[in-house]
Each structure stands twice: as structure tokens, then as C-alpha cells.
Design a binder for this molecule. Structure first.
Ligand SMILES: Nc1ncnc2c1ncn2[C@@H]1O[C@H](COP(=O)(O)OP(=O)(O)OP(=O)(O)O)[C@@H](O)[C@H]1O
Length: 333
């Protein structure tokens, strides 16, 4: 946790303890769509915060308002102490954004992309050259920095996008689904980079994700949004602990039986929630020792064959399912 007040090196002005402070945010779209209905959360300086929620929950709308791209109907947002509605230009100077749409110019080299970005921020030549070198090393893109970005792999391109968002040394970094569409191996490499950035650059990071393992791995705290409201907030560990009970995961012999397995387990009073996960079903129960025999009996009675049964502690998937009322996998695009 951060100290009460920190001093940033260049300005000697005290940094507010909360890097992001969101209060009572509301936003309606035409057609009486209530996209945000009183959203509030605080992100302490130097921490990583995850915004989770099913499609349509209000994550993008929240991100747009926080990054000055949209105005709220009511409520307040302060970024590094600055009001996003009253001082959008100053806010833009202290934030960096990585959106799902890449800002990389495929015809320019990695180094040229970074340099151009720095010029757009009005950085001096010497300072920019230093910063480009620093970021090339930090994001480990030295081997490809002189090659045109059009030939980069998806992971390298994403790293360049992240580096570009950091060129002007922002205090708060917004990452919108930073690893969507990447291979699992590349995804964990990007996670390592993000975690390192948070430490080395003393960044506050706010990310949206629908990979719950990403939030579990990176976020100090998460907020689960549903229908424009925060339905749960806390550290991933605390949210999991609060759920109590166990998760019973039954892997099925036949993928086609997932629906039948789900219906069979839905009918058991000791199963609190059940969700399909690929060729498995995941049920949350109070006591796995009591539940497993009944789970297996119910499946057998309905003609569903189990390949394996695993008992686990509740995961962030179970937390999400509990608060959002549905699995994030059911809501994936
Ligand atoms: N420009 C718009 N006009 C009308 N309705 C909109 C507009 N943008 C978003 N909405 C609606 O507002 C609600 C919140 O959308 P938002 O995009 O913020 O959710 P989200 O959590 O980011 O979902 P996703 O992950 O699908 O982007 C949804 O019901 C959505 O359909």
C-alpha cells in the first residue's frame, strides 16, 4: 500500500493517495440505456486495479469517461487529483492508454513509432532519445526495434503499443483488454511486463479484462461491474475467501453432454451455482465431501458420464459467477 503522500520527482508536488477516484458516475445513452448507474471506486497510487464485467456491463463507458473521451451525466472522476471534466487536457498529460485498436504504424520501425509518439507529446529530442532507449529495454523489444512494425508478431506489437503509451511517463496507465487475442504463452509474457512496469515505473494501472486469471495474476483489487453498477469490489484473494465453500469441477466424457450435466446439477439443492466450462461443468458447493457423491449420482441418473472430478478452492471465476449471475465465458464475444 502506498504512503500517505508521495512526491513525484519532476514537480515536487504531492501526489494524491488515490490515483483514480470515481464517485457516483451515471451515463445514459439514447433509448434510455442506463450504461452507468452510480459507479464508484478508488485506485490507490502505485496499484493495479481490474475492472471486470460481462458484455454491456459498462466497462468501456467507464474507461471512456476516465480517459476524457466521453462525459458523464453526473458524478465525478479525479485522475491524479485532476477532474476529468474540468481539466481534460491536463488529465491527458498524466495518463497513458492502450486501447484494443493498435496505434502502431505498420510502415514505421518500432523506434520510429516510439519517437513519433514522443514528438506528439512535445518531448525534447534528448529526453525523447533517452526515453525510447529505456522503453525498448523495459519492454524487451531491442531485437526488433529497427524493423518495420508491420512484420511484428501480435505479442510484440502489443508490447510496442504499451511502450508508446508510456513515452511521456504517465502516472496512470489504462489498459483495455491488454491480452485479448494473444496466445496463452504470449499472454503470460505480457503479464510479466505489466507487473514489472507497475513496480519499476511506479505506475498506477487500471485494466479491463475478461480473462479472470489475468485479473487474479495482476490486480491488487478488482471491481465487478454488472448492468452499470459495482456489484463487488476487493482484492481477488479476499473476494475468493468471502465466497466460502468449494468448487467441484466435473470433466465429462462427451462434450455434447454439457447441457444435460448442467441441468442435472442445477436440480441439486446443495449446489449453489453451476456453469459450463468447455467440456466440464463447475459447481459451487458448501462442502465438497458431502456434495461429490450426490453430484456423481445425479449425473449417473441422467446418463452423463464423468471422466474426472476435481475439488478446488473457489476461483475468481466463481466470484464472478456469484456476483454477475453468469459465467464470464458465457458472455465472451
Ligand atoms: N453509443 C451507444 N449508444 C447506445 N447504447 C450504448 C452505446 N455505447 C454503449 N451502449 C450500451 O451501454 C451499455 C454499456 O456498454 P459498455 O460498452 O460500456 O459495456 P462493456 O462492459 O464495455 O461491454 P463490452 O465488453 O461488450 O464492450 C450496454 O447496454 C451498451 O449496449
Amino acid at each position: 500500500m502506498p504512503r500517505a503522500v508521495a512526491v513525484s520527482p519532476g514537480t515536487k508536488t504531492p501526489e494524491p493517495v488515490a490515483a483514480v477516484e470515481v464517485r457516483d458516475l451515471t451515463k445514459r445513452y439514447p433509448g434510455d440505456v442506463r450504461a452507468l448507474d452510480g459507479v464508484g471506486f478508488t485506485v490507490p497510487t502505485g496499484t493495479v486495479f481490474g475492472l471486470l464485467g460481462p458484455n454491456g456491463a459498462g466497462k468501456s463507458t467507464t474507461m471512456k469517461i476516465l480517459t476524457t473521451l466521453a462525459r458523464p451525466d453526473s458524478g465525478t472522476v479525479r485522475i491524479a487529483g485532476l477532474d476529468v471534466v474540468a481539466e481534460p487536457r491536463r488529465v491527458r498529460r498524466v495518463i497513458g492508454c492502450v486501447t484494443q485498436r493498435s496505434g502502431v504504424d505498420p510502415a514505421a520501425t518500432g523506434r520510429e513509432n516510439l519517437t513519433l509518439q514522443g514528438r506528439l507529446h512535445g518531448m525534447s529530442r534528448a529526453e525523447l532519445a533517452r526515453r525510447v532507449d529505456e522503453l525498448v529495454e523495459l519492454l524487451d523489444v531491442g531485437a526488433v526495434a529497427e524493423r518495420v512494425a508491420g512484420g511484428y508478431s501480435g505479442g510484440t506489437k502489443r508490447k510496442l503499443d504499451i511502450a508508446m503509451s508510456l513515452i511521456h511517463r504517465p502516472r496512470v496507465l489504462f489498459l483495455d483488454e491488454p491480452t485479448t487475442g494473444l496466445d496463452p504463452e504470449i499472454r503470460s509474457e505480457i503479464w510479466e511486463h505489466i507487473a514489472r512496469l507497475a513496480r519499476q515505473e511506479r505506475l498506477t494501472i487500471l485494466l479491463t479484462t475478461h480473462y479472470l486469471e489475468e485479473a487474479d495474476r495482476l490486480a491488487d483489487r478488482v471491481s465487478i461491474l454488472d448492468r452499470g453498477r459495482v456489484v463487488a469490489e476487493g482484492s481477488p484473494g479476499r473476494l475468493k475467501d468471502d465466497l466460502n465453500g468449494d468448487a467441484v469441477v466435473v470433466e465429462l466424457v462427451e462434450p455434447g453432454m454439457v447441457g444435460a450435466a448442467r441441468r442435472a446439477l442445477d436440480g441439486l439443492t446443495l449446489v449453489r451455482e453451476v456453469v459450463a466450462e468447455g467440456v466440464a461443468v463447475r459447481a459451487r458447493v458448501d462442502d465438497a465431501a458431502v456434495a461429490v457423491p450426490q453430484v456423481l449420482a445425479a449425473l449417473t441418473a441422467d446418463g452423463v458420464a464423468a471422466a474426472s472430478v476435481t475439488v478446488a478452492m473457489p476461483s475468481l471465476h466463481d466470484v464472478y459467477l456469484h456476483y454477475a449471475g453468469r459465467s464470464i465465458r458465457e458472455t465472451e464475444r
